[in-house]
Ligand binder design. Sequence first.
Ligand SMILES: [Zn+2]
Length: 326
Amino acid sequence: MILFKSDREKFEDEIAKAINDRNKGNLEGAVNHYLKAYEIASRTTDPDVRKRSGEALFYALFYDALIKKTPEAFSKAAEACGKLESTHQLDIGIAVKPAAGDLARDLEIASMIFSLPKFDVDAVGSMDQSVASLYEKVGNRLLMEGSRRLIIEDILGIHEELNTIGLRLIGYSKVIEAFRLEADNPGRAVELYSEALSYLQQATPEVRNYVNSKLAKLAKATKCWVCHREIQGEDVNYLYLPASINTYILEKYGAEASHLISEGRIAVCRVCYTMVYNLSDALARKYYDMAIAMIREVEARLEARIRSLESKIIRLESKIPITFTK
Ligand SMILES: [Zn+2]
């Protein structure tokens, strides 16, 4: 007896296998079976099966996105989800069956969140305006979502309220902008860091400490010990150099400007510092070149002497008679 399976049976088989794999945590298997179901539904003449092709494709792309966790994969899943009837309920293995329209929106948000570079205080200097703009754009988008959480929060491990994430992202964008203005416009950088701090209430202590220490240093103003110009922004527009400071100097000049002398070091503006640095660099290079030239000269003289001694030895050897012993 030969049994022919109808397209509907084959389709249902693949869907059942897919759900079984998914329930066992085998997402790759689930993706494969949903794709097979999609192929069957795409080429069948059975209209009831055919109309389920979009749903099968969505599930395949959804679990593929959970495996890959890339913005592109989430974006594809969001697109496929958006093509389904918006009130259609989807079984993605969580307690509530979300409507396709709602899930499509969350997948789009997931795509945005996964497109963001990780914010790291040590990498702020290497982040440019485009990264700041990206954080700001996604941050504003999440603010619009209010205090709700993602439908797939447990699946993605993102449990915060969306506006909380949004505020933090806007804070990050302000930190990057502030960093880039530190040298040229320390006053504006201080403003931006202060604004950032109010957005970063839910950020890690590390990020908040970073901004606080930036604010403390940037807001500090003093005079340059060398040129006496007023200058704002420690570590950006001025820095401290060690110098011999005795009680006399400290008492006579220490109060000339706040922060002028700190722990046996004097404040020097970046112009004076780079001038001294470049000059000493040039001097050091000059003496280094002179020393190397002298070493080369001595080397050349020694080599000439060695060569002349070698040729003398060869001449002497040729004069010594060779004796054979038996
Ligand atoms: Zn100076």
